[in-house]
Design a protein around this ligand. Structure first.
Ligand SMILES: Nc1nc2c(ncn2[C@@H]2O[C@H](COP(=O)(O)OP(=O)(O)OP(=O)(O)O)[C@@H](O)[C@H]2O)c(=O)[nH]1
Ligand SMILES: [Mg+2]
Length: 330
């Protein structure tokens, strides 16, 4: 998962604590027996604190991926969840703080050398460094929030994808389990309380990902808030076909009329290719609606091979190639 590399982002308080604690430690055991050694000790304290801060701040910016080379699906989600511009602004302010502290420390080394009261100059430098670190407090907070939101995103790859939609109980999860090898992984997806189900299958040496969308594409569009609609449209950035499952046996608890209506809404919502598929053909009450071409049963396997052939054929050719270990160059 591309955001997993981002470690906890420290707060201003934590950064200063760490820097000043280490700086004090450099004094331990040092013998001060005159003005020169006093100046050297203060210089060492200042440089230790400054180095720790610049290192930690550079680490923060280095851990974030380059947003321009992110797969568009993740770019959109980062934008919905936090705002890519906000993240970029905070990253550049953290960069600024790092180089500002570097310059300031160099200037103050000059002021400490030969100073009859070097501790005063060092304390003044510490004061200015603290102000810089406190001035980026909200940026560190933004980046911390971004990190927490992004690393919990499901691991959806830039691979050809089948998105499974449909009312609750129509057999979406059963379909994903039937066509993908292992038990599908369930990953948290913001905007739904249920988590997203991802499975993989391989056909002619090509890996396909199959995504079940509980809590997302399972009810009429009119019942959604703006954020949910945006989250849904982030899926449109995948090279995907949308398969909308219906259950004409109505054992799912929803009338076939409502199921078809929502199917058409989803088709209108997505610019992606889509197909409506009738499941549970093995049930006695099953009656194929006229407009439906594909009929399956995840219970008996009826019709599934032919359907998969068709789905694979419908998936759009990749819009853009992304290198898979992700470009983390910053
Ligand atoms: N007879 C029959 N039952 C099926 C078939 N497919 C799924 N079911 C049953 O329908 C019920 C719902 O299936 P799920 O796969 O959990 O449905 P879902 O769409 O994932 O439901 P949610 O996760 O609640 O949205 C389960 O009891 C399944 O065993 C089928 O082809 N035939
Ligand atoms: Mg399910």
């Amino acid at each position: 998962m591309i955001f997993e590399k981002i470690k906890t982002i420290p707060t201003s308080e934590e950064l200063l604590d760490k820097a000043f604690r280490r700086s004090t430690r450099t004094m331990a055991g040092k013998k001060i027996d005159g003005p020169t050694s006093r100046c050297e000790a203060n210089e060492a304290m200042l440089l230790t604190a400054a180095n720790i801060l610049t290192d930690n701040l550079s680490n923060v910016t280095r851990m974030f991926p380059n947003f321009e080379s992110l797969p568009p699906f993740y770019y959109d989600l980062a934008d919905i969840l936090i705002g890519v511009d906000r993240i970029k602004k905070s990253l550049s302010r953290v960069d600024w703080a790092s180089s500002k502290i570097h310059t300031l420390a160099r200037d103050y080394v000059g002021k400490i050398r030969g100073n009859p009261a070097p501790a005063d100059a060092r304390k003044e430098a510490f004061g200015r460094i603290s102000s810089i670190i406190y001035s980026i407090e909200s940026d560190l907070k933004t980046l911390g929030d971004a990190r927490n939101a992004l690393r919990n995103l499901p691991d959806i790859r830039a691979e050809p994808t089948i998105i499974v939609a449909g009312y609750p109980n129509v057999g979406k999860s059963s379909f994903v389990s039937y066509v993908t090898n292992a038990t599908p992984e369930i990953a948290a997806y913001p905007f739904t309380t249920k988590g997203i189900l991802i499975g993989h299958m391989e056909i002619n040496n090509i890996r396909y990902q199959v995504i079940d969308t509980p809590g997302l594409l399972d009810r009429p569009m009119s019942e959604r808030n703006d954020i949910e609609l945006q989250a849904i449209t982030a899926l449109r950035r995948l090279d995907a076909v949308v398969m909308i499952l219906i259950d004409p046996s109505e054992s799912c608890g929803f009338e076939i009329g409502d199921q078809l209506k929502m199917s058409h809404e989803i088709q209108a919502q997505f610019s992606l290719p889509s197909i409506i598929v009738a499941n549970k053909s093995d049930r006695e009450e099953f009656k194929k609606p006229d407009e439906i071409k594909y009929v399956i049963s995840t219970a008996t396997g009826n019709g599934i091979d032919e359907l998969i052939q068709e789905l694979v054929r419908m998936i759009p050719v990749p819009k853009k190639e992304f290198e898979e270990p992700n470009p983390f160059g910053y």
